[in-house]
Design a binder for this molecule. Structure first.
Ligand SMILES: O=C[C@H](O)COP(=O)(O)O
Length: 252
């Protein structure tokens, strides 16, 4: 596992070509922040343009179809995303699980399709507020993970896990660093169970209302390998605030 924190911006359904200036500014600043690995997942329509504008940061997708190709109107395969310039894709984001009824089985197929196409896969998991209130947060995330993690020879080397409590996404609410550490410890144990020693090397990101003001605290929780950032990744100014927080002493 790279020791560098991995900070990924998920632009969700935001961004026209006017936002390429933000990608350019992030890319330019990332040159100085060599201790942080930075990536952006813009909407698919901007992947190619972002790849051309930004040379240093990673560019990825927010989803992919599990099939190689075929009669799937409106969908995009992993190979097409790779061809457009994506080096990874997010799969199983809670917004897709909720809005499109995506199951763990489908998330696993998508992760495997991404890896098969030569990309990385960021597999998202996270409990709802009801799960947490019922004391089922760890069990829920454990079940999601068990059924969503990709199999295959290249899986462990190309998968990243993002723990995103659904109730923390876009709400300004966050778990305590202790709660994050407990969840990441469980996720780590499961990764080792599935992938053996290679599971120790897989990065586990935290996502959910990460902002420049709370990034140091959230990133300091045990076994947090970086952050998956939504709203605060939409401007270079706020995203760089998080990247600088992640860089710590190496910011300048
Ligand atoms: O993919 C990113 C997460 O859903 C977090 O979004 P947020 O930072 O706007 O809470």
């Amino acid at each position: 596992m790279s020791n560098r924190p991995y900070i990924v911006g998920n632009w969700k359904m935001h961004g026209t070509r006017a936002m390429l200036a933000e990608a350019r500014a992030i890319d330019r600043a990332a040159e100085r922040l060599i201790k942080v690995e930075v990536a952006l997942a813009p909407p698919s329509t901007l992947i190619h343009a972002c790849r051309k504008e930004a040379n240093l940061i990673g560019i990825g997708a927010q989803d992919c179809h599990p099939a190689d190709g075929g009669a799937h109107t409106g969908d995009i395969s992993a190979a097409m995303l790779k061809d457009a310039g994506a080096g990874f894709t997010i799969v199983g984001h809670s917004e897709r699980r909720a809005d499109h009824g995506e199951t763990n089985v489908l998330v696993k197929q998508k992760a495997e399709a991404a890896i098969e196409a030569g990309m990385g896969a960021i597999v998202c998991v996270g409990e709802t507020e009801e799960d947490r209130d019922a004391g089922k947060a760890e069990a829920t995330v454990g079940e999601q993970l068990k059924a969503s993690l990709p199999e295959g020879e290249a899986a462990a080397a190309n998968v990243t896990v993002a723990y995103e409590p659904v109730w923390a996404i876009g709400t300004g609410r966050t778990p305590t660093p202790e709660d994050i550490a407990i969840m990441h410890r469980n996720i780590r144990a499961q990764l080792v169970e599935v992938y053996g020693e290679a599971g120790q090397e897989i990065r586990i990101l935290y996502g959910g209302s990460v902002k420049p003001e709370n990034a140091v605290e959230l990133l300091s929780a045990d076994d947090v390998g970086g952050a998956l950032v939504g709203g605060a990744s939409l401007t270079a100014e706020s995203f760089l605030g998080i990247i600088i927080a992640a860089a710590g002493d190496d910011a300048e």
